[in-house]
Write a protein that binds this ligand. Structure first.
Ligand SMILES: Cc1ncc(COP(=O)(O)O)c(C=O)c1O
Length: 375
């Protein structure tokens, strides 16, 4: 019914992903948008707005369809009952975690971050004059795990004010279990650390696992900012709509104060697309996840057959974290690019011997990528 096999030409659209390698024979497999056309209901909703033709100011908190859609989505997808007043719209998840740091930390405070991690999360403490304290993600017992001993130690420092979590994890694709969330909650509570949880990938869980939003946990409700967005799931990142869910009024007030004057209201088209995505696209999302599962399984198997490369199947996301240390080359990014494949460089995530492949592409493009890497 939906054609994820279509190879859509994005030339001339100034796509960030395709511009990077423009004029070369390198297939862009880096930044996390997909090559898939959005669900028809999103296109229809946008078209209707274009036809209406007036694009004045809209206050996101007053845009009832999007707020209702978020409330219903949280109930349906995570059995989480949220209040309309808890939602704070932001033009992206990146502004969300930067604003959280600005709102809750003084210069010099410690912000705890797991590594490897999405580069803008790694950069956020420094941007806000804070110190990033890294906690490793370790491969143990057939699974990626946070180093809880390191987390406990980092949180116990008197300057530790905030942890920015990424769940599901980017780049490793791990979905945190209830037990792990409980341990994080316990550590944050014991040391009075607020948790800002980037959950942008939580609607792209490919294995049969539940998502546990930070703010839903009773012991975290009062000390958390949960960041969500339809951007990755419905491929509308260019429309810039995201939301923070902040149950605690005092934290929310600080967050809103930090936004004031710096961050614009979410644009109208983003609100329109979010409303359609969260209310009319369930079938499309099921089909997309099915397609992504097929791509993931194909790619993991192929990568593990290439000498020098190794990858573990991610539970979530359309991103594969590839260990290229076995290649024994100085620059693994250069190695991939020389083969005509452009992944995200592992060094940007704090692990230079890896690279990250975006498999949110048509199967035929993925087959091209595999053939090139094998050559
Ligand atoms: C973990 C994570 N957070 C945030 C973002 C970007 O979010 P936004 O475009 O809403 O700022 C990405 C995009 O790749 C991501 O992987």
């Amino acid at each position: 019914m939906y054609n994820f096999d279509e190879r859509i030409n994005r030339d001339g659209t100034y796509s960030c992903k395709w511009e990077k390698y423009k004029g070369t024979d390198i297939l862009p497999m880096w930044i996390a948008d997909t090559e898939f056309k959005v669900a028809p209901a999103i296109q229809d909703a946008l078209r209707e707005s274009v036809d209406h033709g007036v694009f004045g100011y809209h206050i996101p908190a007053q845009y009832e369809p999007a707020n209702r859609a978020v409330i219903d989505w949280c109930k349906k997808e995570y059995d989480w009952e949220i209040q309309p007043s808890w939602i704070v719209w932001t033009p992206g998840v990146c502004p969300g975690f930067n604003i959280a740091i600005k709102a809750l930390c003084e210069p010099g405070d410690h912000v705890i971050i797991q590594t490897p991690n999405y580069p803008p999360i790694l950069a956020a403490p420094g941007i806000n004059q804070c110190e990033a304290v890294h906690v490793d993600t370790l491969w143990e017992d057939g699974q990626w795990h946070l180093d809880f001993a390191a987390l406990e130690q980092a949180a116990s420092h008197p300057k530790a004010k905030l942890m920015v979590l990424c769940n599901p994890m980017n780049p490793v694709g791990r979905v945190l279990s209830q037990d792990e969330i409980n341990r994080i909650a316990q550590i944050c509570s014991a040391h009075n650390v607020v948790l800002c949880s980037d959950e942008i990938h939580c609607d792209l869980i490919l294995d049969d696992l539940p998502h546990h939003p930070a703010g839903k946990q009773p012991s975290l409700a009062d000390r958390s900012i949960t960041l969500m967005a339809p951007n990755k799931t419905f491929n509308i990142a260019g429309l810039g709509a995201a939301y923070a869910i902040i149950p605690n009024p005092s934290l929310r007030h600080k967050f809103n104060l930090a936004l004031r004057g710096h961050v614009p209201w979410v644009n109208y088209m983003g609100l329109v697309a979010t409303s359609a995505a969260l209310t009319q696209c369930d079938d499309w999302l099921v089909a997309q996840k099915q397609y992504l599962r097929g791509n993931r399984d194909y790619l993991v198997e192929a990568i593990n057959q290439i000498e020098g490369l190794k990858a573990h199947s991610p539970e979530a996301t359309f991103l594969l974290w590839v260990d290229a240390s076995g290649l024994d080359v100085e620059d693994v990014q250069q190695w991939a690019e020389a083969k005509g494949v452009g992944p995200s460089p592992g060094k940007d995530f704090n692990l230079a011997s890896f690279f990250r492949l975006n498999y949110g592409v048509s199967r035929s493009m993925l087959e091209d990528v595999v053939a090139r890497l094998k050559s």
